[in-house]
Design a protein around this ligand. Sequence first.
Ligand SMILES: Cc1cc2nc3c(=O)[nH]c(=O)nc-3n(C[C@H](O)[C@H](O)[C@H](O)COP(=O)(O)O)c2cc1C
Length: 247
Amino acid sequence: MPELKECSGFQYLKDTRFDRRTIQDRHRPFIAEVETFKHYPQAGKVALPRTWQLTEEHLSPLIENRRSVRKYAQEPLSLEHLAFLLWASQGVTGQAGRYLFRSTPSAGALYPVETYLSAHSVAGLAAGLYHFDVQHFALDPLTEGDQAEAVARACLDQSFMAQAPVVFLWTGVFRRAMHKYGNRGVRYILLDAGHICQNMMIAAEAVGCGSCAVAAIYDSEINQLLQIDDEEESILYAAAVGKKLIP
Ligand SMILES: Cc1cc2nc3c(=O)[nH]c(=O)nc-3n(C[C@H](O)[C@H](O)[C@H](O)COP(=O)(O)O)c2cc1C
C-alpha cells in the first residue's frame, strides 16, 4: 500500500498549494487560452422553453428531502423541467461587460465545465446525446438514437442509469481555467462541477424529480461517446435524473 504522500493525487494538491510566503514567486506554466463557449454550427438547435411552472417551495425541505434516487417513475421528464434543471445548473443569470454570469459560481467567471445530456425519455425531445448551448439556451443534437445503455455501461455498468429519463454529463475544458490558474486550475474545475451538480439536484427536488450523482465512470468511454478530444476536455461527473416514484 503506498503512503498517502506517495499518491499522485496528494502530490498534486501539495504542488498547487498557495502559501503566503511564496505566492508572489510561484511559477505558472504558460497555457494558451481557449474559447469560453463550445460551438456546434452544424447542429440544428433545439430551443429550450423558459416556461417551467413552479409552485413556491421553501429551500429547507428540498435540502432535507434530497436523497440519491436510483429508481424512477415510468413517465418521461417534461422538456420544461429539463430546461429548468439546465437553467438552475448552468443558466445565464447576469451580465457584466463580456462576462455572462451563471447560476453557479466559477473561479474567474471562466466556466470551464460543459454540460451534455443523454436523453432517454424526455417528452418532445428525440432520444440521443445533446450539448447544452448556454448562450442560446438551446440544445445541440450530437448523436441521434438512445444512448442510455451505452452511457450506463460507461458508468461502470450501473444499470439504473439506463432507466433514468435523462443523464447529465459534465466535462471540464481544462485550458479554460488552466490558462489563468495553471495546475491549480484543475482544483477549480472540480469545484465548479460540484456546484453545478448540487444546484441541479436541489432543482430536481423542486420539480418532483430524484437524482443520483455518479463519478464511477470509464472516462475514455464517455469521452468517445461525446466525441471530444480528451487531451483538451474530459468527463468529470454525471447525474441520473427522473420523476420520483409515487410512494
Ligand atoms: C462524488 C460522488 C460520486 C458518486 N458516485 C456514485 C456512483 O457512481 N453511483 C451511485 O450509485 N452513487 C454515487 N454517488 C451517490 C452517493 O452514493 C450518495 O450521495 C451517498 O450514498 C449519500 O446518500 P444521499 O445522496 O442519499 O445523501 C456519488 C456521490 C458523490 C458525491
